[in-house]
Design a binder for this molecule. Structure first.
Ligand SMILES: C[S@@+](CC[C@H](N)C(=O)[O-])C[C@H]1O[C@@H](n2cnc3c(N)ncnc32)[C@H](O)[C@@H]1O
Length: 240
C-alpha cells in the first residue's frame, strides 16, 4: 500500500492552494476543506472537534493534518473494538470514549465542530435520529459547524451486489427530498454535495481504512456517468 503524507512542514499558515494541493485527490476530505475554506477556516489549532460513531478514527486524524491538536479531537464510539482500533492507530493524546451518540458524555457547548460520517445510516427510526440531533445541538457551541456525511438514495442500487455491505442493513436518506435535514431540526443546511465514490467499501474488508486509504476522486462521478452513494451536508447550529 502506498503511504502518502499530508502534513505541511513548518509553521506557515495553511493556505487554500496548499490545502487543495495536499488533499485534492481525496474526495471526502476535499469537500470538507472546501466547506471550511468557504467559512474562512484554514487552521483548526483552536478548535475542539467531535466525531460520534468515529469507526477507526480516520477523519479525526485528518483534522490533525489541518492543525487540530490531538488532545482537542474526541471520538465517541458504541463499539469497544472500534475504540481499541482508534487508540492503536491515532496519536496518544487523541481522546476515544466508548459510549452512545444518543447520550453524549460531554458538557453543553463543548465543541466547535462535530462530524458525523455514516452515523445516521446506523439508525432505522426517526426518534433516535431526533435524539442525536438534540444531543449534537447541546454539545455544539453556538454557530458551531456540523458536518454530516451519510448514505443517499443511490446507495442501495450501487451496493446491491455487495453482500458484505448489504448485510449491514444501513438506512439511506433521500437527499433530494431533504429527508435527513428534516430530522435534524436544530440545524440549518449550508451545502449539499455528493461526497465520494463507492470504491471505499470495495476496499474496506475490515482492514482499517486509514487516512491513506480513502478513495481517490472518481472522474466518472464528476462527469455524471456514475452515481455517488454518499452526500455531504454542512449544518450550523441554529442561532438562539
Ligand atoms: C458506517 S460506520 C462509520 C465510521 C466512521 N465515521 C467513518 O466515516 O469511517 C458507523 C459507526 O457508528 C458507530 N455507531 C453506531 N451506533 C452508534 C451509537 N449509538 N453511538 C456511537 N457510535 C455508534 C458504529 O459502531 C460504526 O463504527
Amino acid at each position: 500500500m502506498t503511504t502518502y503524507r499530508y502534513t505541511l512542514e513548518g509553521d506557515m499558515p495553511l493556505g487554500k492552494s496548499d490545502l487543495f494541493r495536499l488533499f485534492n485527490n481525496y474526495r471526502v476530505y476535499k469537500y470538507i476543506i472546501e466547506l471550511l475554506v468557504d467559512l474562512d477556516i484554514t487552521d483548526l489549532s483552536n478548535y475542539r472537534i467531535l466525531e460520534p460513531g468515529c469507526g477507526d478514527g480516520n477523519k479525526l486524524r485528518f483534522f490533525t493534518e489541518l492543525r487540530a491538536k490531538p488532545e482537542n479531537c474526541y471520538g465517541l464510539e458504541i463499539s469497544s473494538n472500534s475504540v481499541d482500533l482508534c487508540k492503536s492507530l491515532s496519536p496518544n493524546k487523541m481522546q476515544f470514549i466508548q459510549g452512545s451518540a444518543l447520550d453524549m458524555p460531554f458538557e453543553d457547548e463543548f465543541f466547535d465542530i462535530v462530524l458525523c460520517s455514516g452515523l445516521f445510516g446506523c439508525f432505522n427510526n426517526e426518534k433516535d435520529i431526533r435524539v442525536i440531533s438534540s444531543e449534537l445541538s447541546r454539545v455544539l457551541k453556538k454557530s458551531g459547524i456540523l458536518f454530516v456525511l451519510d448514505l443517499n438514495e443511490n446507495f442501495n442500487s450501487i451496493y446491491s451486489g455487495n453482500a458484505h455491505v448489504m448485510a449491514k442493513g444501513f438506512n439511506t436518506f433521500d437527499s433530494k427530498g431533504g429527508e435527513l435535514e428534516a430530522l435534524l431540526e436544530e440545524f440549518t443546511v449550508i451545502s449539499i454535495i455528493p461526497a465520494f465514490a463507492c470504491e471505499h467499501y470495495g476496499r474496506f474488508d475490515r482492514t482499517p481504512a486509514q487516512v491513506i486509504d480513502l478513495p481517490r476522486i472518481d472522474a466518472s462521478i464528476d462527469a455524471g456517468e456514475r452515481l455517488c452513494g454518499y452526500t455531504l451536508w454542512t449544518f450550523f447550529k441554529k442561532l438562539e
